[in-house]
Design a binder for this molecule. Structure first.
Ligand SMILES: Nc1ncnc2c1ncn2[C@@H]1O[C@H](COP(=O)(O)OP(=O)(O)OP(=O)(O)O)[C@@H](O)[C@H]1O
Ligand SMILES: [Mg+2]
Length: 221
């Protein structure tokens, strides 16, 4: 379960603080999925960065399955990100010199050698996203939609409790976007992962079911 309580974020500025998020509270049950929509600059990416332990909130708490990523050391926070969170961004952020399969296995490298069952899971995930015939292609040899499907497989490798996706279909045409959106929603649900997805795409938000809007840093229904 994800519990977000009274989260705000401000950046110190000249004279007055820039308040980006105001008192955000919500909970997400295991298996639940949430889409967040809202205008540019409303704080969507900032909120995801806080949920993922990439940025600390100015006030408030994030607790995922009883763990507060901001309560411990930087190493604890890195472990939280690596073990509990799967990220998908608008840009795929794949390593250009590595094959699709090696890119999917990147989250497992943080812990040393990749165990055989994890390597097998990586391959199964690539097959599941329709890239079984592209295991050894490099990102430059894949289409935009295929690259984003590799990024989805990578996010799922370690069965994270929470998948955070920031405009995962923003760069894709509608056909490729639908495929990536379907895979993201279906794979998260098959795995019992929670999903929070930021999107401007109504079809993706509709697929997720529960939709909240961020307006000027405030979460509205
Ligand atoms: N490190 C930072 N320092 C100061 N201001 C920041 C910082 N990061 C983000 N902001 C400001 O916070 C606000 C929210 O940014 P954020 O990236 O969360 O918006 P967004 O909703 O994701 O927008 P978009 O839809 O364009 O991606 C913006 O006004 C931005 O300028
Ligand atoms: Mg953003």
């Amino acid at each position: 379960m994800l519990e977000v309580t009274g989260v705000s974020k401000s950046y110190p500025g000249a004279g007055e603080n820039l308040v980006v998020l105001h008192d955000i509270s919500f909970t997400l049950e295991p298996d639940q999925q949430l889409a967040i929509m809202g205008p540019s600059g409303s704080g969507k990416s900032t909120l995801l960065a806080i949920l993922g332990g990439l940025e600390s909130p100015t006030t408030g708490r994030v607790v995922l399955d009883g763990v507060d990523p901001f309560a411990g050391s930087a190493a604890d926070r890195a472990a939280y990100r690596n073990r509990r969170i799967g990220f998908v961004f608008q840009e795929h952020h794949l390593l250009p010199g590595c094959s699709a399969l090696d890119n999917v296995l990147v989250p497992a490298l943080a812990t040393g050698r990749v165990p055989r069952e994890i390597a097998a899971r990586g391959q199964r995930l690539l097959e599941r996203v329709g890239l079984g015939a592209r295991l050894h292609h490099r990102p430059g040899e894949l289409s935009g939609g295929e690259r984003q499907r590799v990024a989805v497989a990578r996010a799922l490798l370690l069965s994270p409790r929470l998948i955070l996706a920031d405009e995962p279909t923003g760069q894709l045409d509608s056909h490729a976007a639908t495929r990536v959106a379907d895979l993201l929603v279906d794979l998260a649900s098959d795995d019992g992962s929670m999903l929070v997805v930021v999107t401007h795409a109504e079809p993706l938000a509709a697929r997720v079911g529960s939709v909240r809007r961020l307006v000027d840093g405030r979460l509205v229904s």
